[in-house]
Design a binder for this molecule. Structure first.
Ligand SMILES: *[C@@H]1O[C@H](CO)[C@@H](O)[C@H](O)[C@H]1NC(C)=O
Ligand SMILES: *[C@@H]1O[C@H](CO)[C@@H](O)[C@H](O)[C@H]1NC(C)=O
Ligand SMILES: *[C@@H]1O[C@H](CO)[C@@H](O)[C@H](O)[C@H]1NC(C)=O
Length: 490
């Protein structure tokens, strides 16, 4: 029935001519992450990672990923779904402790490596490009016990892990994403992990984590450059998350506050790599230094890069990876706190418009125009880099006739085309996610998938939703309706 509906709908829009064509330079894919789909948490010699630990030793998670979508045992079915959709690429992540059980590169799991080899080979056979995220948050617990991203030696441990991946899979994998959403790793993770191993230090930990993570990324990139690039001819980058931040009024203070929020969210990681001068954004350096002194610290809570480090970090991305979902409103907030905190350093208040349509996730409102603004902000601030959208998606609480998800992607893809017409060089778009999966602390309640997964059935059967057929039709025709309201589906 859905297939028929879509055929009719394509016919209707073709007749009406209200369609837009995607440029040939844009490739389409879907994304997942290891802990959210794999299961097999103790398969063979896989080591424990921080989410295994959190799930098994605290009640912070409403569900765990012990089985998840069971992709560890069912990756053939995953590849079949990717073929059904007709995607150009599949973005997935490697679980560090599945290939290096103890976190260090002296001990490789042959079974872990065999799992990813099999997935990669199946993708290549299906003519689907594998795009690998090295770090999608599941840090080996051993390394967390040594301080996690607080520990400056993480730079070397991550680079060792990256090198194992380049060496083992790089003959077939040509797109590498070192980190998924550094902002989440450094700002949210200390909140998630406040139980272990030590209490988190607000306004200090976040910046130490960012500092080490940026250096770890740059080190992995330089290793690829020096040792692997000439033979493997792949590309390395990372993917940054950012909402658009819109000033709540057009007052100078609110406009500055919105810009400052963007710099603290996106600029924090983008500026050191993509700007001409490198290093952290000036506004972060100024504000954090000033607040730190006011609070009685002898120096800024934001660590400094050396001149040599700034040069080593600058330019270490072959593309600008972006994860984008929603928009916030920003108001300048004047009352300062005595307690240091990453949020207080921004002195802003973040809100959303109550009239914006909501998803099942309270933070995710449907605001397509913010996506266009953000893509143009990146174009203007970083000399129009090639931009690859590695996540964009909508959550609901479960229904295979998912009209709201179709509407979300229709609107965001139209805006992506607007941004391309504005001059933004967008070369990839990935839907989050291939299938419903473990939404971290929210468990299995917030569903983002194009495929519905029945988590009550031990076999974890997957069923295409209407949005899967919608996405498939876009990939086949490479056209999109300007406005879905005229279509027969609505
Ligand atoms: C793996 O974990 C499951 C629970 O998820 C447990 O039932 C099983 O015994 C464990 N297997 C091994 C080999 O420890
Ligand atoms: C590798 O790690 C696994 C899992 O922790 C352990 O069982 C095994 O003994 C280790 N092997 C070596 C050679 O260290
Ligand atoms: C600052 O003001 C806002 C809005 O009036 C209030 O919600 C917040 O708690 C205040 N923060 C501090 C640190 O006093």
């Amino acid at each position: 029935m859905f297939v028929k509906t879509i055929a009719l709908w394509c016919f209707l829009v073709t007749v009406k001519g209200k369609v837009r064509r995607f440029p040939d330079t844009l490739s389409f894919g879907v994304a997942t992450a290891s802990y959210q789909i794999e299961g097999g948490w103790n398969a063979s010699d896989k080591g424990e990672h921080i989410f295994d630990h959190l799930a098994h030793t605290t009640n912070k998670m409403v569900d765990n990923g012990d089985v998840a979508c069971d992709s560890y045992n069912q990756h053939e079915r995953d590849v079949e779904m990717l073929k059904e959709l007709g995607v150009d690429f599949y973005r997935f992540s490697i679980s560090w402790s599945r290939i290096l059980p103890e976190g260090f590169s002296h001990n490789l799991s042959q079974d872990g490596i065999a799992y990813y080899n099999s997935l990669i080979n199946d993708l290549i056979d299906a003519n689907i490009t594998p795009s690998i995220t090295l770090y999608h948050w599941d840090l080996p617990q051993n390394l967390q016990d040594m301080g996690g991203w607080r520990n400056p030696l993480m730079v070397d441990y991550f680079a060792d892990f990256a090198e194992v991946a380049f060496k083992t899979f790089g003959d077939r994998v040509k797109t590498w994403i070192t980190f998924n959403e550094p902002w989440v790793v450094c700002v949210l993770a200390p909140i998630w992990f406040s139980v272990s191993p030590a209490k988190s230090l607000n306004g200090i930990d976040e910046y130490i984590c960012g500092h080490n993570l940026i250096k770890a990324h740059a080190k992995a990139y330089r290793i690829y450059d020096r040792i692997y690039r000439s033979a493997q001819r792949g590309r390395v980058g990372w993917t940054l998350s950012s909402s658009w931040h819109e000033p709540i009024t057009q007052s100078a203070a609110d406009i500055k506050a919105a810009e400052r929020t963007l710099q603290f969210n996106l600029g924090w990681f983008a500026h050191p790599v993509f700007s001409r001068e490198g290093d952290y954004p000036q506004v972060m350096k100024d504000v954090i230094a000033q607040k730190s002194l006011q609070q009685g610290y002898p120096r800024s809570r934001l660590p400094e890069f050396t001149t040599e480090e700034i040069a080593q970090i600058r330019g270490t991305c072959d593309f600008f990876g972006l994860n984008h979902y929603t928009t916030n409103l920003v108001r300048m907030q004047t009352n300062a706190s005595k307690e240091p905190s990453y949020f207080d350093d921004q002195f802003t208040e973040i809100l959303q418009d109550p009239t914006w349509l909501s998803s099942a996730s309270p933070w995710l409102k449907v605001v397509p125009w913010g996506f266009r603004n953000l893509l143009n902000w990146i174009r203007k601030n970083y000399n129009n880099p090639e931009t690859m959208v590695f996540e964009n998606g909508f959550s609901d609480s479960g229904n295979t006739y998912d009209i709201d998800r179709i509407s979300y992607h229709n609107q965001y893809l139209n805006v992506l085309l607007d941004a391309v017409e504005d001059g933004c060089k967008v070369s990839a778009y990935a839907v989050w996610s291939l299938m419903d999966n473990l939404e971290w602390l929210e468990g299995y309640n917030d569903r983002f998938g194009l495929y519905y997964v029945d988590f009550n059935d031990p076999r974890r059967p997957r069923t295409p939703k209407a949005s899967a057929l919608y996405f498939k039709s876009i990939l086949e025709t490479r056209i999109i309706e300007r406005d879905l309201k005229n279509s027969r589906l609505f």
